[in-house]
Ligand binder design. Structure first.
Ligand SMILES: [Zn+2]
Length: 121
């Protein structure tokens, strides 16, 4: 086989493997979101109350520009999130924020408890 074609085929194969991996990650992510959608309304109500009480507020430890638009924000709980930089300009004193991942973890923990409690009845 022509070495150039062989190389090209290799690249196509490697790109396709990469796409497969990305697709699998996206599907896993979507599955996680779907699971969260099935939670009882009262679980969300409780989560909102906790959020409004500042229970999920985390200190911003580090802000790193990712590209021209996005900043990567590191929070003191160890989670990372991304923000559009232009949104942050009007929030210069913005040194803490709600951690979406901590909220998700809480929802997952407390959503499951709810299911278990129902089964026990
Ligand atoms: Zn967090």
């Amino acid at each position: 086989m022509d070495p150039d074609i062989k190389k090209l085929l290799q690249q196509v194969k490697s790109n396709s493997q990469k796409l497969d991996r990305e697709l699998a990650e996206m599907q896993a992510e979507r599955k996680k979101r779907e699971e969260l959608k099935k939670l009882a309304p009262e679980v969300y109500l409780k989560a909102r109350q906790l959020r409004d009480a500042g229970k999920f507020k985390r200190r911003v430890v580090k802000r790193t520009p990712k590209d021209m638009q996005w900043d990567v924000i590191e929070l003191d709980c160890g989670h990372k999130t991304e923000h559009i930089e232009s949104l942050m300009i009007c929030k210069l004193d913005h040194d803490s924020e709600n951690c979406e991942q901590c909220i998700e973890n809480w929802l997952r923990r407390n959503g499951k408890k709810k299911v278990k409690a129902k089964k026990a009845q």
